[in-house]
Design a protein around this ligand. Structure first.
Ligand code: HEM
Ligand code: HEM
Length: 188
């Protein structure tokens, strides 16, 4: 398996970016819901709310840093041929869902960033660097960015459920090995 995609399949770089973002988004959903549900002063799994917020912001910005080379990799490289077992309707669905997934990779972290900066909460990146606030307190922007973050989070979740549902339907019921296209391949 080479680094780049070929007509036959996805390359190592696409697969690496894919699974890194899956892990980060999973942490963002779990952490995002824990931190907004817990009370101030409460501990969840031994961690304070401030730690959850800090990690949520830091990992979200890390996800943005990964989304940029991922998008470039997708734009400059080629895409493999469609899996032969996908119907035309499924191809159209995948295409739309992937547009939403890529858009969300940027809208989620950017809206989160704008919210915490315009809300003047700031970001202490991984607890080691308090990032400068280039925006300053701006309540209207904070309000719009916060709701963009929350609503986009639900839209993204719907796209993920559709995407994973389609892959699992093929993998488990049609048994055509669709999932294998995104897993590391042994050299043949
Ligand atoms: C990269 C992907 C990201 C994902 C998938 C994500 C996802 C989420 C989710 C699911 C929630 C819970 C929303 C709810 O209350 O229902 C949340 C809340 C929040 N996120 Fe993110 N987030 C991301 C990045 C960021 C970044 C980069 C920041 C800031 C730098 C941030 C700041 C926040 C804040 C402050 C909240 C709490 C909002 C509230 O008070 O309700 N997020 N996020
Ligand atoms: C955060 C969640 C996810 C996002 C944002 C996401 C995004 C994407 C994107 C954009 C592609 C197209 C290739 C690319 O440009 O990278 C893709 C392909 C794929 N994803 Fe995901 N994915 C997610 C979760 C999952 C999960 C959990 C699975 C496994 C059950 C999965 C399995 C696949 C497979 C098998 C393909 C290749 C489909 C094909 O072209 O044959 N994805 N994903």
């Amino acid at each position: 398996m080479g680094l780049s995609n070929t007509q036959e399949g996805y390359g190592a770089l696409t697969k690496l970016f894919h699974w890194l973002i899956v892990i980060l988004f999973a942490l963002q959903y779990v952490g995002g819901n824990i931190m907004t549900d817990m009370a101030r002063g409460e501990l969840v799994l031994g961690l304070t709310q401030a730690i959850y917020y800090n990690w949520h912001k830091s990992l979200g910005l890390l996800a943005l840093a990964i989304a940029i080379p991922r998008l470039i990799n997708r734009k400059v490289g080629q895409l493999p041929d469609w899996a032969p077992t996908l119907s035309q309707g499924e191809q159209r669905f995948i295409h739309r869902a992937e547009q939403v997934l890529y858009a969300a990779m940027f809208i989620m972290p950017v809206s989160g960033y704008l919210y915490v900066m315009a809300g003047d909460f700031g970001v202490n990146l991984f607890g080691v660097w308090r990032m400068p606030n280039p925006i300053g307190k701006w309540e209207e922007l904070a309000f719009i960015a916060k709701w963009t973050h929350i609503i986009s989070g639900y839209v993204l979740l719907a796209a993920i459920i559709g995407h994973v549902g389609l892959v699992l339907r093929h993998q488990l019921f049609l048994k055509d090995g669709l999932l294998m296209r995104m897993l590391p391949q042994k050299k043949s």
